[in-house]
Ligand binder design. Structure first.
Ligand code: ZN
Length: 145
């Protein structure tokens, strides 16, 4: 069973191993009961609809890379309850303060993981802050597709 992940979108060998382990167990690695097994960075905040945690495999050239992971297993935005969007922005406001962020990006893929570019088929958003000291020609890349 590998419907919860898309191995093609893994970026690191150890990430691939963790994803494979969750696939072998037949579980979604972002479901709350399985998150402690497959996600080793601490949960920083828990809301009604989202948990906030650091990305285990931050993108290259980032100073901050957080994930907002939906607490319910949903795969697309239309499955989210009313209020989840407002709460997501609350978490972003918290992160802006907590990490002294003055620029960055909020990115979320949704829908079919075969096509959207995500590695886990469980709705999550990325809060991404590029490193000011990165090489001038280096870009933080967020892939969709
Ligand atoms: Zn899930």
């Amino acid at each position: 069973m590998s419907g919860f992940i898309n191995m093609d979108n893994a970026r690191h060998d150890d990430q691939r191993e963790v994803m494979q382990a969750s696939a072998n167990a037949g579980v979604c690695p972002f479901d709350e009961e399985h998150l402690p097994t497959y996600h080793k960075t601490p949960v920083l905040r828990t809301g009604t609809y989202w948990v906030i945690t650091a990305n285990q495999w931050p993108y290259e050239h980032t100073r901050v890379h957080l994930l907002a992971i939906a607490r319910q297993h949903v795969e697309t935005i239309t499955e989210l309850p009313t209020g989840a969007g407002d709460e997501l922005f609350d978490h972003v406001r918290w992160a802006i303060k907590e990490y002294d962020i003055d620029f960055g990006g909020l990115a979320m893929r949704f829908g079919d993981v075969k096509h959207n570019g995500a590695s886990v088929n469980h709705l999550h958003a990325h809060i991404i802050v590029p490193d000011k000291d990165k090489p001038a020609d280096a870009k933080v890349k967020f892939k969709i597709s």
